[in-house]
Design a protein around this ligand. Structure first.
Ligand SMILES: C=C(O[C@@H]1C=C(C(=O)O)C=C[C@H]1O)C(=O)O
Length: 379
């Protein structure tokens, strides 16, 4: 590089640094305004997450960006990231308490990660939370006395027996709820053990989400839904979206969404291990989609084997879904073995047609994810 180029670059880079510094000031200003919105909403008992405001704001900013020859997608990406920050900051002000007259809440298994998240959200909403974990059963009568809500969040394998054996003497009008990732058997066990209000919940996210905004919680109604309506409202104030489902329909979906999905991620990792793959060099050669796939598989092995065993072994019907997958794999493999390229292409088209509009939708969604995977690269 000659001196002139160096000087020119230095000058321009100095100007860019200045713009970036202004951005930090603007970000600070925006965070302060959002905090004020948070305080107003908290006072009025409104959830922070306001999807309609977001949609109309994004539409306006996209239009304005376009007029200034700035990519609409760029401003949308930036604003979405900023809005995520807004939800995280909500924890500083706490949440409206929908039912101030409720007695205390007991979290059975509250020392687990998901239990911990619910304990935190309930405490931030003004409820008194007591945790009952493995070693506390000797004090159970005292802990349950006066409880308005009991939430069971123990490993799936022991959920039903624990409910049937240990939760039969709860206060009459106390709400009994669970967070188990299957719903049929736990909801039945709760209905059997307790004659008061019962509701099954399944948070469709892990305990490491920073905020519940936009997350989904499945609700399976048990009994006396008017008595736990406030709890559903409370969860919505945390920003989550509720999806009501019959336990059977939920459990059937879980055979694919959880058991089959996690099991095939497990097999993917198992196969890499058996093949003695060199992850370092695979990463070097990987396209962003492959890296994303490795991230999905790798994160499984960063978590508890017991948790995944619980999820995969939860329903014996999942064996059928997983067996079907193996059959379909073999069938597709035989296409390959027969060298019938035409047949493969026509099978591909048939599946693509079945995906319909979802296929291009998933392509758009993954494009954004792949770009952020690429942004994360540092070497
Ligand atoms: C700040 C608000 O709350 C949330 C955060 C937003 C933001 O960061 O711009 C927009 C909408 C809400 O989801 C608001 O309602 O204006």
């Amino acid at each position: 590089m000659n001196e002139k180029t160096t000087a020119e670059l230095e000058n321009l880079r100095g100007l860019i640094d200045g713009v970036d510094q202004q951005l930090i000031h603007l970000l600070r200003k925006r965070l302060d305004l959002v905090a004020q919105v948070g305080a107003v909403k908290h006072g009025a008992g409104l959830p922070i997450y306001a999807p309609q405001r977001e949609a109309s704001m994004l539409a306006k900013r996209r239009g304005e960006a376009q007029k200034m020859d700035v990519s609409p997608q760029l401003i949308e990406d930036i604003l979405r990231r900023l809005m995520r920050e807004s939800y995280l900051n909500e924890k500083d002000v706490g949440f409206k308490q929908v039912n101030p007259d409720l007695g205390h809440v007991v979290l059975v298994g509250g020392e687990g990660k998901l239990g911990g998240l619910f304990a935190q959200m309930l405490t931030l909403s003004g409820y008194q939370v007591k945790v009952l974990d493995k070693d506390d059963w000797c004090r159970a009568t005292e802990i349950f006395d006066g409880a308005g809500l009991v939430i069971v969040t123990v490993p799936i394998a022991i959920t039903c027996s624990l409910i049937k054996e240990k939760l039969t003497q709860l206060p009459q009008d106390c709400i009994l709820a669970d967070l188990t990732s299957i719903k049929g058997e736990p909801v039945n066990a709760m209905l059997e053990a307790h004659k008061g209000p019962v509701v099954g919940l399944h948070p469709m996210f892990g305990p490491d989400v920073g905020s519940l905004a936009k997350q989904v919680v499945v609700v399976c109604h048990g009994r006396r839904s008017q008595d736990y309506q406030w709890l559903l409202e409370q969860i919505q104030i945390w920003g989550a979206r509720l999806v009501e489902a019959e336990p059977e329909r939920h459990d059937k979906a879980m055979q694919l969404v959880q058991a089959m999905r996690h099991f095939s991620s497990f097999v993917y990792g198992f196969n890499l291990y058996k093949e003695e793959a060199d992850i370092e060099s695979l990463l070097q050669f990987s396209s962003p989609i492959y890296r994303l796939e490795l991230a999905m598989v790798g994160r499984l092995f960063a978590q508890s084997p017991e948790l995944y065993a619980d999820i995969i072994f939860a329903q014996k019907e999942s064996l059928k879904a997983i067996g079907d997958y193996l059959d379909n794999y073999s069938q597709a493999l035989s296409l390959l073995q027969s060298g019938d390229r035409e047949a493969f292409v026509s099978q591909f088209k048939e599946v693509a047609q079945w995906f319909g509009d979802f296929a291009p939708q998933f392509q758009r969604e993954s494009r954004a994810m792949l770009q952020s995977v690429n942004d994360m690269k540092t070497d």
